[in-house]
Design a binder for this molecule. Structure first.
Ligand SMILES: [Zn+2]
Ligand SMILES: [Zn+2]
Length: 186
C-alpha cells in the first residue's frame, strides 16, 4: 500500500497487484511453493542419506552426512557430493573378493620352498635345492601329507605328530618348522 500511495500514475496497476497478493489465489500459490520447497528439501536430504549409506560404513558418518544433506537446504547435498567416497561399499567388497580369489588361485598354482623360494611340487617331502623338510610322509604308505591332515587319505593311517599347527597357521609356517613324528608303531 506504501507503493500505491507514493505513485500516482500507476495507482490502478499497483492496486490490482496488491489485490492479487491479498487474494486467496496468492495464498494458495504461496502455500504450494512452501510445500514443494519442503518436499524437495526433504527429498534431497533423503537422497543424501541413501547415497551415504551405500558408500559409508560408519553409521555415525552416515548420520553426519544426512545432517549435512538437511542443513543448509540444497547446498548441503552439493557439498556432500564433493566429499563423498568415490565408490559404493558393495563395489569395494566385490573388488576385495576378486583380489582374494586371485591370490588364492596364484597360491594354489605354484608352490615354492619357504626357505630358498625354489619351485617345488605338492608331492615333494623335502626341498631338493636346500633340503628343507616340506611335508611329512605317511608312516605306512609314505604318501606326502598336508599339514592339517589328521589321517592319511591314501591308506587311512592316522597321522601321529606332535605340535600340530593351529588352523590359522599357513602351510608355509608348518613347512618352516618341521615336525617330529612320534616314533613307534601306530
Ligand atoms: Zn628350498
Ligand atoms: Zn598312508
Amino acid at each position: 500500500m506504501i507503493i500505491a500511495a507514493t505513485t500516482t500514475t500507476n495507482d490502478e496497476l499497483f492496486g490490482g497487484v496488491n489485490d492479487f497478493f491479498d487474494s486467496g489465489a496468492w495464498m494458495v500459490i504461496r502455500n504450494l511453493s512452501i510445500f514443494f520447497f519442503v518436499v524437495f528439501w526433504l527429498a534431497t536430504a533423503y537422497w543424501v542419506f541413501k547415497d551415504a549409506r551405500r558408500r559409508i560404513d560408519d553409521p555415525w558418518l552416515v548420520t553426519m552426512a544426512t545432517v549435512l544433506g538437511l542443513i543448509p537446504p540444497f547446498v548441503g547435498p552439493i557439498i556432500y557430493m564433493f566429499f563423498r567416497p568415490p565408490e559404493y561399499l558393495e563395489d569395494v567388497r566385490e573388488r576385495e573378493l576378486e583380489i582374494q580369489a586371485m591370490e588364492d588361485r596364484l597360491s594354489k598354482g605354484d608352490l615354492y620352498c619357504p626357505v630358498c623360494r625354489a619351485q617345488v611340487e605338492a608331492s615333494f617331502l623335502v626341498c631338493p635345492v636346500c633340503t628343507t623338510k616340506l611335508k611329512q610322509a605317511c608312516v605306512k604308505c609314505a604318501s606326502p601329507l598336508e599339514a592339517l591332515w589328521q589321517i592319511c587319505p591314501f591308506c587311512a593311517t592316522p597321522v601321529t605328530s606332535t605340535g600340530l599347527p593351529g588352523i590359522d597357521d599357513t602351510l608355509t609356517d608348518s613347512w618352516t618348522a618341521p615336525r617330529r613324528r612320534a616314533a613307534g608303531p601306530e
